[in-house]
Design a protein around this ligand. Structure first.
Ligand SMILES: [Ca+2]
Ligand SMILES: [Ca+2]
Length: 938
């Protein structure tokens, strides 16, 4: 018990230091261990390193002042690709990797794409995934005029997205809306001065002039842009126009404009960025530093990536004989050795029970023979106790044979698999922490040590959980998920299929696997079965009709339950059909696993990253499951994404992840598919697997959100100086045909705590509605939104409460006290369905300039209420009398309350006036975004 307590406190200490993926630490206001990784695709260029250093140094002082002497950048690690020439000052990487980096430097996928951005999945206050800078952004000083100084402006803007989960305070999609309503500045702060400019170009010659506005509507003409004065006094805000020299602050409560239609307001409940930063744990864990400048200059270390070194440390204790575990381990580890691990890597194998043994020292994978040889060392028998630390120690020794380059363990990886408990685990925790080695853990079966994942948490390793349910393929998926974190996507194995089912005697398992044009090299079709010692009947037909039969598959003498086919050359693109018949005398589980690698270096393959918002979750907080589907940095849209969550006990739960900008999915059409998960089956581990299917879908270019603002130009000494217009990709570049594809990815595991035993009463409210929109349709108000569910975004809510007010903050702060809209006729639809509701506003007197705000909450059948939705707004505007056309009626008509509206639709960039020239009401609606822009709806 004593050791357990020590263990737990050690674990707690380490946990505090570890942030999901990122290893950044905050000590006395200084951020340390920030990792900036250079993509291995980039050729050697030392200016990249130099400019990163200059950027962060500058940013440190700027951040320090912007956060009122609270935060600065203390220590940064720059990861240098393996192929750059070694230098004496380069140190070895330890547990850092490209995949876990906070900042990546990589080419944009399309030629126009130097906008720096931060990939954000989560809600307000949640950390982002990474910041992406292009080499051009870091090397081309001409971009200063567009984004502002890299260090003092852009890096801090992006850091705020990444670290504190704040959002942009500008909105490229609704500029005209805000231009029009002069009393409704979209800027934070509204004190930024400038002019509305329109630019027209013929060939290379451009002219600029101030915008004209329509006589009647007071709307600015199409193409109008806000161009700021270069010299001015506005100090805020970094999340709006970071490039302005005067900008040195985040917006705070006093400068924030909650009425602006931007993502910060929508996501952060109309609070300012500084309020969100003040709410962060970073803020509560620090205090201001009494100094005019950061107490330390930023220190940099340059770390160079090495060849991959992996040691399998495999449990062969007595319990591994149960549930066919040792045989399944053989099948799964063989897939890792023959198909997954990248050529050029070094691999060793260790087994452990009460003691540990080196089965083979490291061997470099230079050809197929080495792979085959390694499989001979996989264990086939089990017996004895469990001593995990003994296994880890031996794993550390296994690299002794490869000499000086590996004089330490830095950057090496251990794949640690165990199915048992071990009271002595804490004895090697500190050693593991200090080793510089990354430990990936695979917990097998229900009794694997509960503390196992601490090894991966401390070292930034992956964590998997495999059940004993054979037809979930979870052990195979775990081994398939351990690919290199180097960022070298073209070398990595990609899982196209992993499916299994119990097949009765003489029955068939049939299916289709699509090989798409982005993959096809080094393609393997693997069939496994769990009982007979001879293979089932296999027929596989490629898209051209070529057939492969059981005799074409290889079955190793050492593993009589796997048949493997390696397709020579590049596999045919299209649908591959298979038919497998169980010839055994009893039913058995048969599975099909297909892996492949990129078809060419030039085209990035479609990849899937499955992840969760937390590694460990406390009931009743919901989990959020994400799948990022992309080709290079391009989001892949319109795919069918199914997640399977398999608990320790009970049956697996399947759910569809959506990219529809509702519920858990904060951004529509960004290739990040999301869903809440609340179907908890008890405490303990849960395993996540995601299947993605595309059917003749297209991949579409979209700019990422959370990027630094592209300034159209400046006014300097009264003179308008425009920047080159933002390069816009052509339609061909926007729409890229991708064809059909299949992907499967393991999302690792998470642990649930405090789930009540026995039946669970409903504790989950409907999720917050984040896509409420309001429109006027003649004399009616039309609201639309996506239905939430009974439990977050699953099931069906019971009823809605809709409120309206002329005060946005009243809706946010005192929702219950605002004017109710009669919703007695409104019955919620199932989660994910589009809702539409029209009503006549009878309780509001419409006057010139009236803005009406709407918000909604959903209630489930257990009377649990969702949070207040985003706040939708509709503005009414009556043009001043002098600009009214003579023929139209005057004030009297308004006073009589004639309710026919002149409707002006603003379809980003163009103004369509639908004139019903009776009244002088103008109702401004902001409609669908233009193509290419992020779909933002306020
Ligand atoms: Ca999304
Ligand atoms: Ca509920």
């Amino acid at each position: 018990k004593g050791t357990m307590r020590v263990f737990k406190s050690l674990v707690l200490l380490f946990l505090l230091l570890v942030v999901r993926g990122s290893m950044v630490q905050l000590k006395n206001g200084g951020y340390e261990d920030i990792v900036i990784a250079i993509n291995p695709e980039l050729s050697e260029n030392h200016n990249i390193i130099r400019n990163i250093q200059a950027m962060v140094k500058e940013a440190s002082t700027y951040l320090f002042n912007a956060t009122k002497q609270r935060f600065f950048f203390k220590a940064v690690k720059i990861l240098i690709p393996l192929h750059w020439l070694p230098k004496p000052e380069y140190l070895s990487v330890k547990t850092e990797s490209y995949d876990k980096a906070d900042v990546i430097v990589a080419n944009p996928y399309l030629k126009y794409g130097d906008d720096p951005y931060t990939l954000q999945y989560g809600g307000c206050g949640e950390k982002g995934r990474y910041i992406h800078f292009t080499p051009d952004f870091l090397l081309n000083d001409n971009l200063y005029n567009i984004y502002g100084s890299r260090g003092t402006k852009v890096f801090v803007h992006e850091w705020a997205h990444l670290r504190w989960g704040v959002f942009d305070e500008y909105n490229n999609d609704a500029p005209f809306y805000v231009l029009f309503l002069s009393y409704l500045p979209f800027r934070c702060s509204a004190s930024v001065t400038g002019k509305y400019i329109v630019q027209s170009c013929t060939g290379n010659s451009c002219t600029t002039r101030e915008c004209k506005s329509d006589e009647q509507t007071k709307l600015y003409e199409a193409g109008c842009k806000f161009v700021p004065e270069k010299t001015q006094n506005a100090p805020a805000s970094i999340m709006y126009m970071q490039s302005l020299p005067s900008v040195v602050e985040f917006c705070d409560q006093s400068t924030h404009n909650e009425k602006a239609t931007n993502l910060q307001n929508k996501m952060c409940n109309y609070h300012s960025t500084w309020e969100i930063i003040m709410n962060s744990t970073d803020f509560s864990n620090t205090s201001p530093i009494n100094s005019a400048s950061p107490p330390f200059e930023t220190a940099f270390s340059l770390l160079q990536t090495k060849d991959r070194v992996v040691c399998l440390v495999l449990d062969v204790s007595g319990s591994m004989a149960a549930n066919n575990r040792i045989k399944r381990l053989k099948q799964a580890a063989e897939i890792f050795l023959l198909q997954i691990i990248e050529t050029g890597s070094w691999v060793g194998i260790v087994t452990f029970q009460s003691t540990a043994q080196i089965e083979t020292y490291l061997q470099q994978i230079i050809n197929e023979n080495v792979r085959q040889d390694l499989t001979k060392y996989l264990p086939i028998s089990a017996g004895g106790g469990t001593n995990i630390c003994a296994g880890v120690h031996k794993g550390f020794e296994v690299k002794e044979n490869i000499g000086e380059n590996y004089s330490n363990l830095y950057g090496s990886e251990i794949v640690l698999l165990t199915d048992g408990e071990d009271g002595g685990m804490s004895s090697c925790l500190t050693e593991v922490k200090n080793s510089g080695s990354i430990i990936h853990t695979i917990a097998l079966g229900p009794n694997a040590a509960p503390e196992l994942e601490q090894f991966s948490n401390m070292t930034g390793g992956l964590r998997f959980y495999a059940t004993d349910t054979v037809d979930s393929n979870s052990l195979i998926d775990a081994f398939s998920g351990i690919s290199s974190g180097s960022g070298n996507i073209s070398e990595q194995s990609i899982q196209l299929e992993s499916t299994a089912q119990s097949v009765t005697v003489k029955q068939w398992m049939n299916g289709t696997v699509t090989v798409d044009s982005t993959v096809g090299n080094d393609t393997f079709f693997v069939v496994t079965w769990d009982r007979s010692t001879s293979p089932p009947d296999i027929l596989l037909r490629d898209p051209k009709g070529k057939e492969y039969r059981t005799s074409n598959f290889t079955v190793s003498d050492l593993n009589l339950r796997t048949a493997r086919l390696n397709i020579a050359g590049t596999a045919e693109v299209g649908d591959w059909y298979y038919w497998i018949q169980n010839k055994h005398t009893e039913s058995q589980v048969i599975s099909m696993i297909v892996t492949s690698r990129a078809a060419s270096l030039a085209v990035p393959p479609v990849t899937v990253k499955a992840l969760m918002n937390k590694d460990t979750n406390n009931f009743p907080n919901p989990m959020v499951i994400y799948a990022e589907v992309s080709q290079g940095f391009l989001p892949v849209l319109d795919a069918t994404v199914m997640a399977t969550v398999e608990p320790q006990t009970g049956s697996a739960v399947e759910l569809q992840l959506l990219d529809d900008g509702s519920g858990a999915d904060i951004t529509k059409n960004d290739g990040v598919y999301s869903k809440y998960f609340t179907s908890f089956r008890g405490n303990g581990r849960y395993n996540l697997k995601v299947r993605v299917q595309g059917k003749d879908k297209t991949v579409r270019l979209r700019r990422r959100q959370s990027r630094a603002l592209y300034v159209p130009g400046y006014i300097e000494n009264g003179e308008i100086k425009m920047n080159a217009p933002r390069p816009e990709p052509s339609d061909d570049e926007i729409q890229a045909k991708l064809g059909s594809f299949n992907r499967v990815a393991s999302g690792g595991s998470f642990v649930m705590e405090n789930v009540p035993s026995g039946g669970i009463t409903d504790v989950f409210p409907p999720c917050k509605i984040i896509d409420l929109e309001a429109q006027y349709e003649e004399d009616k108000i039309h609201l639309s939104w996506t239905a939430p569910g009974n439990d977050f975004d699953v099931g069906q809510a019971d009823k809605y409460i809709i409120k309206m007010s002329e005060s946005l903050l009243a809706l946010r702060n005192t929702f219950e006290d605002t004017t109710s809209v009669n919703t007695s006729s409104l019955v919620p639809k199932p989660a994910g369905t589009k809702e539409s509701f029209q009503f006549k506003s009878e309780n509001v007197t419409i006057e010139n300039g009236t803005i009406i705000y709407f918000a909604i909450r959903a209630i489930d059948n257990a009377s649990l209420t969702s949070e207040v939705s985003n706040i939708a707004q509709a503005a009414l505007f009556i043009p001043p009398k002098e600009s009214s056309p003579d023929s139209t009626p005057n004030d009297d008509v308004i006073n009589e309350g004639i309710n026919i509206l002149t409707i002006v639709l603003i379809v980003a960039g163009s103004i369509i006036a639908v004139s019903i020239a009776v009244s002088m009401f103008v109702c401004i609606l902001h409609k669908k975004n233009r193509r290419g822009g992020p779909e933002l709806r306020m």
